[in-house]
Design a protein around this ligand. Structure first.
Ligand SMILES: N[C@@H](CCC[C@H](N)C(=O)O)C(=O)O
Length: 281
């Protein structure tokens, strides 16, 4: 089988986008996604994203496979790429145009911006242990600055779901974290029954933080949109950052706002097509 694809990235978090508008199920299996994402034997990417027909009144449905073939509920950088991909497929580039996208984390709404950026209404964050999910719990049932033993060290972690699960730790120097060694230990820690994305955050000033991430199902990536949103929520809960904050990732910056008015999180950042092609499966 030969599939047509487009490659996009959001701050170096890169995806293979597939036009799946003719079918309600992804035309690629999780096993094929692993092969396609391979950076030596495939196209190379952090995941494969499918633009499917909308359901329940939405314009489109987004499904995504991580590079290990697992299926996450949501992807922040990915949904900006999807919005650009849809605009390219439709041959439109209307500023302020919104798309209602059905995801496994609910309806998410990206809006095209004047500068080529995409602003995404990410919905409201989930904070209880059951919603994350994690077996770590506290009296209030939110997991804020709770001790967690990983690699012989106690880390103060805050857990937030922005559709998918995140474990956030505030550190003095994010560059000094041995992500290659400890990332997988957080991801597979028994307190996280559905595994976890892990962010290490260095607060530079209340409206600017640096972040490094180990993603569930993908390992170290250059950026994670849902992770940046979760980290700002965690920063506010720990009185470490403002509700409007720039998050600097290895691949670039995202502007995040956690609205005090409606409790929704907004993410603004770039998304770009890099090439198109055909791939033989
Ligand atoms: N890179 C993404 C998140 C992709 C999904 C994640 N690996 C998971 O399994 O939850 C983003 O930009 O949000």
């Amino acid at each position: 089988m030969v599939i047509e694809f487009s490659k996009y990235h959001g701050l170096g978090n890169d995806f293979i986008l597939i036009d799946n508008r003719h079918s309600a199920e992804p035309i690629v299996t999780p096993e094929q996604a692993i092969q396609i994402c391979d950076r030596h034997f495939g196209i190379g990417g952090d995941g494969v994203i499918f633009a499917l027909p909308g359901k329940e009144g939405t314009d489109y449905t987004m499904r995504i496979y991580n590079s290990d073939g697992s299926e996450p509920e949501m992807c922040g950088n990915g949904i900006r790429c999807l919005a650009k991909f849809i605009a390219d497929l439709e041959g439109k580039s209307e500023v302020n145009k919104t798309y209602k996208i059905h995801t496994l984390a609910g309806v998410i709404t990206p809006q095209m911006q004047a500068n080529g950026y995409v602003k995404v209404d990410m919905g409201t964050p989930f904070l209880t242990a059951a919603e994350i999910p994690t077996t770590l719990s506290t009296a209030e049932d939110k997991v804020i600055a709770q001790p967690l033993e990983v690699a012989g060290k106690t880390w103060d972690v805050t857990c937030v779901s922005t559709g998918n699960p995140h474990c956030i730790t505030f550190v003095e120097n994010s560059d000094a974290i041995a992500l290659e060694q400890i990332g997988t230990l957080f991801e597979h820690h028994p307190v996280f029954p559905q595994r976890i994305n892990t962010e290490f955050i260095q607060v530079v000033k209340p409206d600017y933080m640096k972040m490094r991430v180990w993603e569930r199902g993908a390992g170290i990536t250059l950026a994670c949109g849902t992770g940046a949103c979760a980290s700002v929520v965690a920063g506010v809960l720990n009185s470490k950052c403002d509700r409007f904050c720039t998050v600097e990732l290895p691949g670039g910056c995202l502007q995040i706002e956690w609205s005090a008015t409606n409790n929704r999180v907004y993410m603004t950042g770039a998304a770009q097509q890099v090439f198109q092609g055909k791939y033989s499966l």
